[in-house]
Design a protein around this ligand. Structure first.
Ligand SMILES: Cc1ncc(COP(=O)(O)O)c(C=O)c1O
Length: 367
């Protein structure tokens, strides 16, 4: 089995985002192995299509991109352990900063390397994940300003409910962000970059665009939430495909897979597909999800195993080696990641991000 990634769709989505936020730089968010789509290929495709910077969660993700030759600015969204400060400085990463310990470690590392590190202060405007609380802002600024080697280049925050249109909490977060930005300016810091928009805000709230929009899910052609479906011209970039590895005629009255949960009430062709929950195909899809075989929907029959699952295709003629589409299009039908997410009670982000490295990524440029 494999995941097919259409890089021309990613490029199209980045151009769509850039057109929606014409006065902002676009940051391609490529953490989580580009939401399962794969790095460095997706990061490079985004940069080539007009993204000017990248965002990741961990230092290791940024170093992987640097090793692949990416020279664009790379933001690391959470503070790393202080031990990682020198490698962040050596690789010219842009750290998020919100604690004194980490800021001091960065300053020491910057001085040792004779560099000035641009940092972006992460402000907690209400999501309470990481960031500086409003009450601590002036103290933090006083400390940061005494630290050599650090330059406060930006301030940013993250929205908790931007995927729900007109949610009053988003307004509250924006107002607090403006207020905290003004206090930073009043402390004599000139902020070159302010950013708060994720995909949902970028697509639906122009007032959030500011200097940079940080887009992940939309860049992959996925919707940030059910209430944003169709708000822009996005193309899903990922298809998940497997091959039929065995076809057998099973008699009426027989049952299929662990637990014997699927029963045939007539004879049928039961095909085996080489994909299982160790490939990110969630076990809760057992008996619940459809796959496309020859462009037609068939239901997963019984329990999804670790590496395989079965489908009763009835009298359909199927051969070993035939392609089965688990996510994506075949003919006129399509199984979106959102459909699987709904079945298992999660979000599309998780469906693609959980496709592990043992599933090869096959990149197409769509040409
Ligand atoms: C700090 C930060 N910014 C931006 C994003 C991108 O969010 P989205 O994929 O909804 O665009 C994320 C992802 O969760 C994030 O953690």
């Amino acid at each position: 089995m494999w995941a097919e990634i259409d890089l021309s769709s990613i490029a199209h989505n980045i151009r769509t985002i850039a057109a929606i936020a014409p006065r902002s730089e676009v940051m391609g968010v490529v953490k989580g192995y580009a939401y399962g789509h794969g790095n460095p290929a997706c990061a490079l495709a985004m940069l080539e299509a007009g993204a000017t910077r990248l965002g990741v969660a961990r230092v290791s993700e940024a170093l992987h991109l640097r090793d692949a030759g990416v020279t664009a600015p790379i933001h690391v969204f959470s503070e790393a352990p202080v031990q990682a400060a020198s490698s962040m400085v050596a690789s010219d990463l842009i750290p998020a900063v919100y604690t004194e310990d980490f800021a001091r470690a960065l300053s020491e590392a910057a001085k040792a390397a004779s560099k000035r590190v641009p940092v972006h202060m992460k402000l907690d405007t209400g999501m309470h994940r990481v960031g500086l609380l409003a009450d601590d802002l002036e103290d933090a600024l006083r400390t940061l300003k005494t630290l050599d080697g650090i330059e406060i280049e930006g301030a940013w925050s993250h929205l908790a409910v931007a995927d729900i249109p007109d949610h009053p909490f988003t307004r509250k977060q924006l107002d607090l962000f403006e207020e905290m930005s003004a206090r930073i300016a009043a402390a004599g810091v000139n902020l070159r970059y302010r950013h708060i928009a994720n995909s949902a805000a970028t697509l639906t709230m122009p007032e959030t665009h500011l200097d940079i929009v940080r887009c992940g899910v939309a860049a992959y052609g996925l919707w940030p939430g059910p209430q944003t479906v169709g708000v822009a011209d996005l193309r899903p970039a990922l298809a998940l495909k497997g091959r039929v590895t065995m076809v057998k005629r099973v008699a009426a009255g027989e049952a299929v897979s662990y637990g014997l949960n699927y029963h045939l009430n007539r004879p049928g062709h039961v095909v085996t597909i080489g994909c299982g929950y160790a490939d990110g195909y969630d076990r809760r899809l057992s008996g619940n999800a459809d796959v496309l075989v020859g462009g037609e929907r068939h239901r997963v029959s019984g329990t999804v195993c670790m590496d395989q699952f079965m489908v009763d295709v009835g009298d359909r003629s199927v051969e070993v080696g035939d392609v089965v589409t688990l996510i994506g299009s075949d003919g006129t039908d399509r199984i979106p990641a959102e459909e699987l997410a709904e079945i298992i009670g999660t979000i599309n982000y998780e469906v693609t991000a959980r496709i592990p490295s043992r599933v090869p990524r096959v990149y197409k440029d769509g040409a």
